[in-house]
Design a protein around this ligand. Structure first.
Ligand SMILES: Nc1ncnc2c1ncn2[C@@H]1O[C@H](COP(=O)(O)OP(=O)(O)OP(=O)(O)O)[C@@H](O)[C@H]1O
Length: 471
């Protein structure tokens, strides 16, 4: 186990330290009218509101029940943890989510068994209008806007730990992170790769009462299952081949502090009840021991998956999800907050020690505008990697530069550039192409791809992250 998979960070905090159904323009416009576009809600003093909406059961069990929104989203399903719990066996535990976004009201199927049918059309993601009918199994819901609006809870902050952002999406997260820091609750951070989940976890720890104790990280996706149990809970001497001495797990080691479980969606089924026990009883049992011992830790978990869909598919225990999701924070993708780009770019350039005099090309409106229109599947990490490459060449490199060279074409040798720079560029280019092709071959299955590459999974994951590639 290498140090970076189990990172100890002690001490006080540093300061800076859609496949759509029928789109309905009237409905979308009406929602947007009161949902301040992100651009206009930049200033910390702004209080954006979002149009309130109602979901009424018009057919099936519970007909006549009406639910009214208090925020901009509503999850619907048969599990009590949903905003709107609809008890029926044909409704999945977490069936769908209705959200008022910048494009108006939308519904997203959470990989439910019976799907979501909007006005007669099955959708994965679909736009709604006032009066839309949503069929979830036997139950039919009607979506309607109310006359009133809900105020979105936004933080006054535009920075939390190392994370920055002035967008509504990011300040909404900061508001949740402030709440998470003020109390000792378990937090579930959700979001695509590179959206700042790890940094958010650290910032929550550093802003809370446990800040002077340890912050330990375990990446559940990068550690083989048989080692993971001992990593989390420790083991007794002789409990398995190779257990030459007694060892404490992270829950013991982080006593008084925080354990951050990254990629919790990869936690093997056999370990899920053991983690549940930690959350319910605050006690652990070392591998090979017969006795439980109490632990005093705060748990923060993160995942790039939608755990609700994992629960629906039976891969993740619903009771564990219930315990983990006491406070859920959805970290927005870069695509959802392009207005944060200038701030992110200047912050990243500064953190990389860029000399403003030699990096004028990376601060022009034209360059920023190109970045705003890029897809950024690897989010801020990918942005950072790109800026790092631009810094090496002191130039605003084209975005898909690494993909523009046709496969098999001869490598360009530029004798005006230093050897180390060019070598790195070629190696980076090779690594990205190799990883993408290998993942495609294995349909995104990291474990299989790592075997083919002859690499251990931890190293493979690290490479993927370095290049901002999502499995
Ligand atoms: N809002 C933000 N402001 C500044 N930097 C950010 C922000 N979001 C992410 N970053 C930077 O992007 C990089 C990736 O962040 P982080 O590792 O926290 O992402 P992640 O969501 O945990 O990714 P993964 O799921 O792949 O582990 C880090 O360098 C981090 O500092």
């Amino acid at each position: 186990m290498s140090v970076s998979d189990r990172t100890r960070i002690d001490g006080p905090p540093g300061e800076s330290k859609d496949k759509g159904a029928r789109p309905d323009e009237e409905g979308a416009e009406a929602a947007l009218h009161v949902t301040l576009p992100y651009e206009q809600a930049r200033r910390p003093g702004d209080l954006p509101t979002v149009r309130r909406f109602r979901l009424s059961v018009v057919e099936g069990p519970g007909a006549g029940t009406v639910w009214e929104s208090t925020a901009d989203t509503c999850s619907v399903g048969s599990h009590p943890l949903n905003d709107f719990a609809v008890e029926d066996s044909t409704v999945s535990r977490f069936h769908c989510e209705v959200r008022i976004g910048p494009k108006g009201p939308q519904v997203k199927d959470l990989d439910s068994l019976n799907g979501v049918i909007v006005d007669g059309v099955q959708v994965v993601e679909g736009i709604l209008r006032s009066g839309s009918l949503l069929r979830l199994g036997r139950v039919v819901l009607r979506f309607d806007f109310s006359a009133e609006s809900n105020r979105l809870p936004l933080s006054e902050l535009t920075r939390f730990g190392t994370l920055v952002g002035t967008s509504v999406a990011m300040r909404g997260c900061f508001a949740m992170m402030e709440r998470a820091s003020a109390r000792d609750v378990t937090v579930l951070l959700e979001g695509e790769t590179g959206t700042g989940k790890s940094q958010a976890a650290l910032a929550i720890h550093q802003a809370g009462r446990r800040r002077d104790a340890a912050f330990l990280v375990v990446d559940c996706g990068a550690i083989p299952p048989h080692i993971l149990e001992s990593e989390l809970f420790g083991h007794e001497k002789g409990s398995f081949t190779g257990a030459v001495s007694r060892r404490a797990g992270v829950f013991e080691e982080a006593d008084g502090g925080t354990v951050f479980l990254d990629e919790i969606g990869e936690l093997p089924p056999e370990l899920q009840p053991k983690l549940l026990r930690v959350l319910e009883n605050r006690e652990i049992r070392r591998v090979g021991s017969n006795t439980y011992q109490p632990v005093d830790v705060r748990l923060i978990a993160a995942t790039h998956r939608d755990l609700r869909a994992e629960v629906n598919a039976g891969r993740f225990r619903s009771d564990l999800f219930f315990r983990l999701a006491v406070l859920r924070i959805a970290m927005p993708s870069l695509r959802q907050r392009p207005e944060d780009l200038p701030l992110l770019v200047s912050g990243i350039l500064e953190s990389l020690g860029a000399d403003p005099e030699r990096t004028g090309a990376l601060r022009t409106q034209e360059f920023l505008s190109r970045l705003r229109h890029a897809a950024w599947p690897g989010n801020v990490r990918e942005l950072r990697n790109h800026l790092e490459r631009c810094l090496v060449f002191e130039d605003a490199l084209p975005l898909a530069e690494e993909d523009s060279r046709p496969e098999g074409s001869p490598l360009e040798v530029d004798l005006s550039r230093p050897y180390a720079e060019q070598r790195r560029r070629v190696v980076d280019d090779f690594e990205r192409r190799y990883l993408r092709a290998l993942l495609e071959k294995h349909q995104g299955k990291v474990a299989q791809a790592a075997v083919t590459a002859g690499m251990d999974r931890v190293h493979f994951y690290r490479l993927l992250r370095r290049h901002g590639i999502k499995p």
